[in-house]
Design a protein. Structure first.
Length: 610
């Protein structure tokens, strides 16, 4: 595992039930250990140093910062899993990200350039956008805090309790001394100004210069000389490519007001030249960050009340534009330029999730119950709340433009929503590109457009292996096992697995929207209609697959069938990719989820006939 050192003599071997396995790092506030939870999952555990416990209100500040950090989406950082400010010593547990830091990559493989640098910039800007929109300021963005697991980018170690109340911390700890090349000038002057998100944007520019050149933009022989240059000199951008030079220079302006916001920075990077070199799997988190609503929170800096942090709410560019450029994700930077590094690190492991698999009860009740009568009008679609540790892959979307879904002969976009229409048995609409996942949470509003039409949600689906489908008809809601033909050119088969009982007289009415929530977790699927939990049904097939939606008719009758889908959200559960030789046993225990299937190509699955 990357960067793990042995425990030292005198180190404890267990804290609060977490078994300590090694050291990941040490700074002014505490020591970070690689640890193992009671379920056997690897986590990073930070222990706060004893001398800080005597500072007034430290525990309360620590607790408040942890709560803020929990609001940051896990797609861009190591997720907060556990913390106890009252424990002796206080500790914080976050997701363990097994991958090199940007510092290690530049040191061992040299500077980054071209498409790789562009992807890195998008990844870090995505993280800052999500962090700021969550009401948090990072305060210590530097190469050592940019982790690059296989195929991804994560920004860590942000927004947690500072150690000084008088602004002198810049010269009090080795950790902070090491970050001076990335500290904004407003934090170095004789009168320390309140910190703002603009300081993180300055740090982004400094990190980008380091990534592109191997040196910092204001590097001096000593920390004091570097600080003087930050305050008084222009940045050294020699070696930064022309494509990014202007935007980097703007982020390094002395005046915080002259710098772009993180969101504006991300928008500019996405629209800067072609993004065809950026993986589509990388572009999604950026789109998710761009779709976040800013949070206004009163944030405390290093002892001063900075007042409420209000992220810029300037009019966003249309998400259609973002879609046309490809849906931006944090995960691209790793896929674009870290392959050469990983070839040198042949023993590097894939990122291991450290979040226990929670029960779907965190989302919907799974108690079996008769299906209540559906109200004649759907309630407003609530914000889908997925289990802890799951990732929002497609943020709430109105489905009025081809950003996340494919358009085809049967599946079309309009100003009202995404419509599936067919005169035959099946019309499948596919995510673009398909997402290969075992466990998912889906929220969607659908409307049956014609009598006798049956809508469907497919999951764990592949054109090669089939999958499951929940079929929602005017008189029934049924779970099917949907499998491909045994011979080429044959017919698809569907086996009724289970249904949700309906009292007599209950139906899904034509032209009446209904809110549907589906949670697929381990060996069961749970269903909620218009906010009313319908219970769970067991699953036997645990292979990974994609999500699709559309129309699913049985029999040979031909008619005009149509369904409109709107207000769609998709979450994925954490997975571990394993070799095909490894076996998977059905289990609903909180062990890491395992996916046996490799990622599939972005090509759409065919429309098939049962």
């Amino acid at each position: 595992m990357s960067g793990v050192q042995a425990l030292r003599p005198g180190d404890v071997v267990e804290i609060a039930g977490y078994k300590l396995l090694g050291r990941l790092g040490q700074g002014g506030m505490g020591t970070v250990f690689l640890a193992e939870s009671t379920t056997g999952q690897k986590v990073a555990l930070k222990v706060i140093q004893d001398h800080l416990l005597d500072q007034p209100e430290f525990r309360a500040r620590f607790s408040g910062e942890v709560e803020r950090a929990k609001n940051v989406p896990p797609f861009c950082t190591a997720e907060v899993l556990d913390a106890d400010p009252e424990h002796e010593p206080p500790y914080l547990v976050v997701e363990y990200v097994d991958g090199p830091t940007l510092s290690e990559i530049v040191r061992e493989s040299g500077p980054v350039s071209g498409a790789a640098l562009h992807s890195l910039g998008i990844g870090m800007a995505t993280a800052l956008t999500a962090i700021h929109n969550s009401g948090v300021i990072h305060r210590d963005l530097k190469p050592a805090n940019v982790l690059l697991p296989r195929g991804g980018v994560k920004v860590i170690d942000f927004g947690l309790a500072r150690t000084s109340t008088d602004g002198t911390q810049l010269t009090q700890t080795d950790q902070v001394m090491g970050t001076i090349p990335y500290i904004a000038p407003e934090r170095l002057g004789p009168t320390d100004r309140p910190i703002s998100p603009a300081a993180d944007v300055f740090a982004w520019g400094a990190v980008m210069v380091y990534a592109a050149t191997g040196h910092t933009p204001f590097g001096g022989d000593t920390p004091a000389a570097t600080a003087v240059r930050i305050l008084s000199e222009e940045p050294n951008l020699d070696g930064v490519g022309a494509a990014l030079r202007d935007v980097v220079a703007q982020t390094l302006q002395k005046d915080p007001a002259a710098r772009p916001t993180a969101r504006e920075l991300l928008d500019r990077l996405v629209s800067l030249g072609a993004t065809s070199h950026v993986s589509k799997d990388v572009l999604r988190p950026a789109a998710a960050a761009q779709a976040m609503e800013p949070t206004s929170l009163g944030l405390l800096g290093d002892g001063e009340d900075t007042g409420p942090m209000v992220v810029s709410t300037r009019r966003r560019r249309s998400l259609v534009l973002v879609a046309g450029l490809a849906s931006v994700a944090l995960l691209a930077a790793g896929g674009v330029f870290f392959s050469s590094y990983l070839l040198k690190k042949t023993d590097a492991n894939a990122n291991t999730p450290s979040t226990p698999t929670p029960s779907p009860s965190a989302v919907v009740s799974v108690a079996d119950s008769p299906l209540p009568t559906v109200s004649p009008t759907a309630d407003p679609l609530p914000q889908l709340k997925a289990p802890l540790g799951w990732y929002e892959i497609i943020p709430p979307s109105a489905l009025t433009a081809p950003q996340y879904w494919q358009e085809s002969t049967a599946c079309k976009f309009s100003s009202e929503g995404y419509t599936a229409a067919t005169n035959t048995g099946v019309a499948q609409c596919h995510i673009n590109p398909p997402r290969d996942a075992r466990d998912v949470a889906v929220g969607v509003r659908l409307t049956l457009g014609t009598p006798k039409t049956c809508a469907a949600l497919w999951f764990r689906f592949s054109p090669k292996t089939g999958g499951y489908a929940i079929r929602l008809c005017p008189d029934s809601v049924t779970l099917y096992d949907y499998r491909p033909p045994a011979k080429p050119g044959g017919k698809w088969t569907s086996v009724k697995v289970n249904d949700w009982p309906q009292p007599a007289g209950t139906s899904l009415a034509v032209n009446v929207p209904i809110n549907v929530e589906m949670v697929v977790d381990a060996d069961r699927v749970s269903l909620t209609l218009n906010g009313r939990p319908q219970g769970a049904r067991p699953l036997s097939q645990l292979d990974s697959g994609s999500v699709a939606m559309g129309i699913y008719q049985l029999g040979t009758a031909k008619s005009a069938y149509s369904v409109m889908f709107t207000d769609f959200t998709l979450w994925e559960g954490p997975t571990v990719t394993t070799s095909p030789s490894q076996s998977v046993s059905p289990s609903s225990s909180p062990s890491p989820k395992v996916s046996k299937s490799p990622s599939r190509s972005p090509s759409a699955g065919p429309t098939v006939t049962p």
